[in-house]
Design a protein around this ligand. Structure first.
Ligand code: NAI
Ligand SMILES: O=C(O)/C=C/C=C(\O)C(=O)O
Length: 486
């Protein structure tokens, strides 16, 4: 039986209260282990350790020394690849086939990419003319922001946690991470890696627990936290924003999406089908960038729908270890209840279920798991809740359109603004439409093609701020101008 403890000041510690909660595997609902639930005291100890570490050996490292240390962390994740893979897939149920080329490699790359990008970023400088003719030099100086609270979700646990911890540490901050209660394993394991690599105690801390009235709230309301970075649901983002208002702490929020895919008749049909399949069904549809609304130009609507149904029928559901499996369960029974409620709602709202729509029979060993069928609907009206609300499951609605103007309006008719995918071989149209998308990220003839140097974040209710590349500098550092009179 695993026991997931907090990682505070370089040591694994249990909750003083003795409070724990169960961690279950979504593949078959078996018990993985017990997770310690942090109270205010553990959160306070973690934040104080992080604050003290800013003034310790960590705060004295040069950028080059920090960069070298973060490379070591990335290498060690790669050396312990199989342990991370097994832990991640046990927590989430996702296939090894997926996690071994997305989650774990990106978990390591998030340290190297940000260490390099930030180490090589130039300092701002301006020469100012002055009346005496001698002038002045203005030099931008960046210092770490301080203690960063990282609140991370369950869908890509290692990837999304390190996506924040990597740049935070590269900029010289210290962190307290509150991973999702559903997926404590890889964040806990990262504590061992930090110790093995010689990252000083207190630089990386982990507290476990839930959101409201638990570790998440205790951490985000802690007065010694300087800034909060979050990925998860929009409503949680609002709660965190309120918490951050006290003491005027900075926030970076990456929240939900209801992302459109736009398929023009002049696309390469096979490319569009392959990309839309991935964007709707990879990770069992639990990716904030995923496509839940697909708009297809009428002349190819029937052909596109038929090909999508053929491909959905080929998805191979199975245990994470099954080398053929490319589709796992949802993360939890609770999330399955939510997704299935939308499957029922779609029918109530008048959808035609083109494929799926229910619970697959996985056999006696797996039927207790959080499995749902990959699902495609057609026929819903544009104001249906299924079209407007983020479901975060393996499902999409496909609807025909007749003109570019119409589809731009449809795609933007949402409270969210995270991502969009456009499929066309006409590059002028691609740019024209991409520029009109109310979204932070637009892919043309691709999806989830990630370059870690680029800006990442959402418009409207999909978030506040941009991370990625040098954009994270604005959040993870304090920029001071030093004016030197010559
Ligand atoms: N990347 C995304 O866009 C994600 C979206 N979701 C969506 O959100 C729905 C709910 O899933 P949850 O895991 O409950 O997401 P959530 O947004 O509630 O949880 C994400 C993280 O925030 C923490 N948290 C929750 N409330 C908090 C609070 N008041 N203060 C501080 N921390 C808090 C959680 O413990 C977790 O670590 C899902 O059904 C899905 O639709 C979930 C995970 C990721
Ligand atoms: O940074 C990435 O490549 C992936 C980001 C995905 C999310 O933010 C999400 O699914 O929540």
């Amino acid at each position: 039986m695993n026991e997931f403890k907090h990682f505070i000041n370089g040591e694994y510690v249990a909750s003083a209260s003795g409070k724990t909660f169960d961690n279950r595997c979504p593949v078959d609902n078996s018990l993985i282990g017990r997770v310690h639930e942090a109270g205010r005291d553990e959160v306070d100890a973690a934040v104080r350790a992080a604050r003290a570490a800013l003034k310790g050996p960590w705060g004295k490292l040069t950028q080059a020394q920090r960069t070298a240390l973060l490379h070591k962390v990335a290498n060690r994740i790669n050396e312990r690849f199989d342990e991370f893979l097994e832990a991640e897939c046990r927590d989430t149920g996702k296939p090894y086939r997926i996690a071994s080329h997305i989650d774990i490699p990106r978990g390591a790359a998030n340290f190297t990419a940000f260490a390099e990008t930030l180490a090589n970023h130039p300092t701002e400088g301006f020469r100012l003319d002055t009346p005496d003719g001698k002038g002045a030099l203005n030099v931008g100086h960046r210092s770490p922001k301080g203690v960063i609270a990282v609140i991370s979700p369950w869908n890509l646990p290692l990837l999304l946690m390190t996506w924040k911890v990597g740049p935070a540490l590269a900029c010289g901050n210290t962190v307290v991470v509150k991973p999702s209660e559903e997926t404590p394993a890889t964040t806990t394991l990262l504590g061992e890696v930090m110790n093995e690599c010689g990252v000083p105690p207190g630089v990386f801390n982990v507290v476990h627990g839930f959101g409201p009235d638990s570790a998440g709230e205790f951490l985000t309301t802690h007065p010694l936290v300087d800034a909060i970075t979050f990925t998860g649901e929009t409503r949680t983002g609002e709660a965190i924003m309120k918490a951050a208002a006290v003491g005027l702490r900075n926030i970076s929020l990456e929240c939900g999406g209801k992302n459109p895919g736009i398929v023009f008749a002049d696309c390469d049909l096979e490319k569009a089908v392959e990309g839309t399949m991935r964007s709707a069904f990879v990770n069992c549809g639990q990716v904030c960038l995923g496509t839940e609304r697909v708009y297809v130009e009428r002349p190819i609507f029937d052909a596109f729908l038929a090909r999508m149904k053929e491909e959905v029928a080929k998805l191979k559901l199975g245990r994470p270890q099954d080398p053929q499996a490319n589709f796992g369960p949802l993360v939890s029974q609770e999330h399955r209840d939510k997704v299935l409620s939308y499957y029922r709602l779609a029918v109530e709202e008048g959808a035609t279920v083109e494929i799926g729509g229910g619970i697959p029979d996985m056999g006696p060993e797996l039927n207790g798991g959080a499995w749902v069928e990959p699902t495609i609907w057609t026929g819903l009206s544009d104001d249906a809740r299924v079209i407007r609300e983020e479901i975060f499951g393996p499902c999409c609605h496909i609807r025909p359109f007749d003109s570019e103007e119409e589809v731009i309006a449809l795609a933007n008719d949402t409270d969210y603004g995270l991502a969009a995918a456009i499929w066309t071989e006409n590059s002028s149209r691609a740019v024209r439409v991409a520029e009109q998308m109310e979204a932070g990220i637009v892919w043309v003839n691709s999806w989830f093609l990630r370059d870690l140097r680029t800006a990442f974040g959402g418009a409207k209710q999909s978030g506040i701020g941009r991370e990625g590349g040098v954009h994270g500098l604005e959040f993870y550092t304090e920029l001071k101008n030093i004016c030197i009179k010559l």
